[in-house]
Write a new protein. Structure first.
Length: 330
């Protein structure tokens, strides 16, 4: 049984904890928590028999803690990953991994040198529909992949209060890119490989807080395919990924609906049962720590995704200039 500390037991941190709390996982459990304001989550932690602290260093020094799960502000991830690795703790990190490729490399290197598992919370990779998209794309049944389109949008930022940690340009550069768009970037890399360059435009039209609401990114892949990604945090929710090939297309709508269109225009639609992707990714993390399996999201893919996001943000600041993306490496 892997004993894990949740660092940042806010809304999403609690989602991670609850995903393995009921029903209880046989592979890991959350035993400790580190909160910036412990009193806000004291009752929650007490109900789940979680030891609560406001001191990360103290928890990292605790021999009863095997690993940490970070659900903290994006800008804190790199330093926290490095500190955990140096303390010999395995690390699960919510996306985005970091906010730039240099810090992503540094954090990954610290884990590699310490010999600890580093796992990234790209939970959409654990969807059965995404697994089927990957199988079809890799099999060649789709023919030559020509183009990808993706949109992950929602209206959460319309209700962000001033002072919320994510409601600013530092924690959320490129508007919805860090909270939503990074999932589409990861899906694109998973399905089509290396991104060579990007162009991005991002603007704020309606939000009261200091972050963009409408972001569009155009990608060119190393093999010549193209892509476009939209993320809007001031509209109704939508999640979709579409892959176009010379023999047809694939279309993922939300998390569980997959449409497959052959070149003759016939469409097959499958609705998959909903799965708890947070539980799946955390149990895969536990399996990787136990040596039972390799964590299924390669670190080099994650670092490349951060490089894509970083280049997109820089492009937006340069009025849509096309910028090269650092190739994947660890």
């Amino acid at each position: 049984m892997l004993n894990v500390a949740i660092v940042g037991p806010g809304r999403w941190g609690q989602r991670l904890v609850d995903s393995v709390f009921s029903p209880k996982s046989a592979k890991l459990r959350f035993t400790h928590a580190v909160a910036r304001t412990p009193d806000k989550v004291r009752a929650y932690c007490s109900e789940r028999a979680i030891s609560l602290s406001g001191d990360l260093a103290r928890v990292l020094a605790d021999p009863l803690v095997d690993a940490v799960a970070l659900a903290t502000p994006h800008s804190q991830h790199a330093d926290q990953v490095i500190a955990a690795a140096r303390a010999g703790k395995h690390v699960f990190v919510e996306k985005p991994f970091t906010l730039d490729a240099a810090s992503a490399h540094a954090a990954a290197r610290a884990c590699r040198e310490a010999g600890v598992v580093l796992a990234l919370g790209h939970n959409r990779r654990f969807l059965p529909a995404v697994a089927e998209m990957k199988r079809i794309a890799a099999s060649g049944d789709l023919g030559t992949i020509l183009h990808l389109e993706g949109n992950f949008s929602g209206g959460s930022a319309l209700n962000y209060p001033p002072g919320l940690w994510r409601a600013n340009q530092i924690e959320s550069p490129g508007g919805g890119m860090t909270g939503m768009g990074i999932h589409i970037i990861d899906a694109f890399i998973h399905l089509a490989g290396t991104v060579a360059s990007v162009r991005c435009e991002s603007q704020r039209r309606v939000l009261k807080v200091d972050m963009d609401d409408t972001t569009s990114t155009f990608l060119r892949f190393a093999d010549g395919a193209t892509g476009c990604l939209s993320t809007i945090n001031a509209t109704a929710r939508i999640v979709r990924v579409q892959v176009f090939g010379t023999r047809g297309w694939l279309h993922l709508l939300d998390h569980h609906i997959l449409e497959i269109c052959a070149i003759d225009g016939s469409v097959r639609r499958t609705e998959y049962p909903k799965v708890d992707t947070e539980r799946a990714e955390l149990e895969a993390f536990a399996d990787a720590v136990a040596g039972a399996a390799t964590y299924p999201v390669p670190v080099e893919d994650v670092i490349h995704g951060i490089a894509v996001m970083e280049a997109a943000v820089r492009s937006a600041r340069s009025d849509g200039e096309r910028l090269a993306v650092e190739p994947p490496s660890i």
